[in-house]
Design a protein around this ligand. Sequence first.
Ligand SMILES: [Zn+2]
Length: 126
Amino acid sequence: MNDPAEDLWKAWADGRLCIQNCTKCGALQHPPGPVCGHCHATTLDLIDIAPTGKIVAWSTVHRAPSPTFADEVPYTIAIIAIDPTTFIESRVSSAVVESDLRVDMSVRIELDEIGGRAMPVVAGLV
Ligand SMILES: [Zn+2]
């Protein structure tokens, strides 16, 4: 069995905006894991997602969690709802003004390189 997190990192590195999906019950799941959090099936795959979501919360990081990000502080992280029960954490592009962010606001998500890895980034407001 492949490591589900590594499968996701590879797909993102290949430019595919996706998250884990249960092929038995259809639930989306993030972060990825070896079993479905809803039905416990192990039949999980990656499914492409729309490049949009809604802001649930955000926070600005002033102290880097590791040396990898030390040169990038301060930066903003947001929790984005992909659907009503599925969330991803995304860096907010420096092109987005933090004071413009609002809960439930629609945002555009793109993959961009953060700390040497492709990750979802809030690229703009919709
Ligand atoms: Zn399931």
